[in-house]
Design a protein around this ligand. Sequence first.
Ligand SMILES: *Cc1c(COP(=O)(O)O)cnc(C)c1O
Length: 463
Amino acid sequence: MSIERDVNDQPYASPPIAHGGPSLPQERRLVTEVPGPRSRELLARKRAAVPQGIGTTLPVFVTHAGGGVVVDADGNSLIDFGSGIAVTSVGNAAPRVVERVRKQVADFTHTCFMVTPYESYVEVCEKLNRLTPGDHEKRSFLVNSGAEAVENAVKVARHATGRQAVVVFDHGYHGRTLLTMTLTAKNMPYKHRFGPYAPEVYRMPMAYPFRWPTGPENCAEEAAAQTIDMINKQIGAENVAAIVIEPIQGEGGFIEPARGFLPALAEYARGAGIVFIADEVQTGFARTGHLFACEDEGVVPDIICTAKGIAGGLPLAAVTGRAELLDAVHIGGLGGTYGGNPLACEAALAVLDTIEAEGLVERAREIGGVMLPRLRALAERFDMIGDVRGRGAMIAIELVVPGTNEPDADVTGEIVRRCHAEGLVVLTAGTYGNVLRFLPPLSIPGNLLDEGLTILEKVMSSL
Ligand SMILES: *Cc1c(COP(=O)(O)O)cnc(C)c1O
């Protein structure tokens, strides 16, 4: 097939089949084994064309998605408990996103905001400044990925403070660039043989209630005291530019820090002139039953990094923070060719409208209200479930060898394989690979949420 088109060609006709979005039939439907023959064929092409370093969780090739389902090339319709890793929180091909992006793509697709700006970028920043925690004066700028947002937040903090050290935590995940890979805790698969890493990064204990040596009651206080002591003694507070932390850790296993830990760190940072950076790349935009997870304990970060749920799947990320920090950087010191692309900005504005119009913060709480009791009941029946945790539509179970705290990655992998075969998209997480995490789109219909949980119950009973 030629890729050249004559300028006089008619525009491409719309496909005659149903589009994605919520109008897709909201049902689980398996018409072949998973993956089916068409997906297996495409997987073979992938193997020949794409390096194995780019992994695959569930090798079905997608043709449509929306509401609470993902439809593959063989016609299977799978229940989505992944949202493309917490990205399509408003749903795939959400109507407002489709409408605004469609209009924008016909108007203009790029100018580079640093060359000739456009209004939608400014509007996204105004909204982020207003909606993120804290009523202080703020500024925002836009980049392309979560990693880029975190990396830029550190650049700003270093520039504004004139300090270099960055404090991060056990089980933290912040991205795959040199700096953010260094900030990330886990060696395999993120860091292995990719060194040398960036200098001046210091890792502290995480207030992980389920695994805290002296028990969950002491966790927040002891973890905060140890962190503060290590900063003071080993680094020197006056050398620390920033503390970077996820308010609920994502890839590290949906670890909710023991209550009190985040406020204690934020207060210490304020007193020591350290920039407190919340990495809300995974937790942001209604996912946890708040617009931002920091709100749960009333924590006001100096800088907040957002990405994943911000634009319904179009690549966009943001750095939002105190005006005096972000304005400290000289003219031209921040930016990038594609940052705040006009299509992505329109999508973000549509996402924010959708969250408000459809009450998605409340919807995330309802989803948690359905999932948590059912998973806790499951934990009563199966002692391989060591912990049930999470907030809103960011929920996980941690799997252990029964009667111990020992992580069981094998049983986790087996559960995931069986869920996939039954047409339920679930993801794993955790430093020990023993966490099953659930991130349904907030647009998932209640019956599919129930059905997904029923599949999980059946799979666990079948082990
Ligand atoms: C996914 C993620 C990142 C990295 O985002 P990318 O868009 O993949 O670069 C950073 N921090 C957290 C908490 C994440 O979940």
